[in-house]
Design a protein around this ligand. Structure first.
Ligand code: NI
Ligand code: MN
Length: 225
């Protein structure tokens, strides 16, 4: 499987020939200015919550690609009003099998509102079971609920926020990785804004000391995972 990083918490994972795009936030992100947004392909767009830094480019990419957006009920209603045609509503605890694999929505301890102030429902994380099982935490604090994440689907890797301030910081992300017995972590949600700037060397050293493999792809980089 390949993982392509588009900056902040936006990335794409190729599964069985299907392209899954997560939390599209590219055009407002100065760090992602080199990303050719119109070249991004998507069969599905998974949206963890309604905040601007996770949904900014969702409507335009969904309309251009015809991708199906997977999100919670409240975001489903909002996207319908924006004219998005293909949307699959889910909610926390729910599981659904698609043509690329199975998605389970799990708790994220955060908040959620849409860019125009509409109610965004509850934020979610996603456990995707396909060739490999992986977990994208969305924006969340460290929570004991994460103990439940690998049950029924031992994780190959997880994508966790590490930028602190609005979400888990790197130390809690390392605790989460141990809690989930998942030693390969891709760090996201850092450096985009002054509030969440990290010292990459320090963060990498912390993961290494804890026996964990932290990947920090540069924006635009595609890695095999
Ligand atoms: Ni957020
Ligand atoms: Mn965020």
């Amino acid at each position: 499987m390949t993982f392509t990083y588009y900056g902040h918490s936006c990335f794409s994972i190729d599964v069985k020939g299907k392209k899954l795009l997560f939390d599209p936030f590219i055009s407002p992100n100065e760090l992602a200015a080199a990303v050719l947004i119109d070249a991004i392909e998507a069969d599905y767009i998974l949206v963890s919550h309604g905040h601007e830094d996770h949904i900014a480019d969702c409507v335009s990419i969904a309309k251009r690609t015809g991708a199906t957006v997977i999100c919670n009920w409240e975001i489903y209603i909002w996207l319908q009003k924006q004219g998005v045609e293909h949307i699959h509503p889910m909610n926390i605890g729910g599981r659904k099998t698609f043509d690329f694999g199975t998605v389970k929505c799990v708790t994220a301890q955060h908040s959620s509102s849409l860019p125009d102030g509409s109610y965004g429902g509850n934020p979610m994380g996603f456990v995707v079971s396909c060739e490999k099982n992986f977990y994208y935490a969305g924006d969340t604090a460290l929570t004991l609920d994460m103990q439940l994440v690998p049950q029924g689907a031992p994780l190959s890797f997880s994508i966790l926020p590490i930028g602190d301030n609005f979400t888990m910081g790197y130390e809690d992300a390392a605790r989460a990785a141990h809690m989930m017995n998942c030693h390969t972590v891709i760090g996201v949600h850092y450096n985009t804004f002054p509030y969440i700037v990290i010292d990459e060397a320090q963060v990498k050293a912390h993961f290494e000391r804890n026996g964990l493999d932290l990947r920090l792809p540069v924006i635009g980089e595609c890695i095999t995972i």
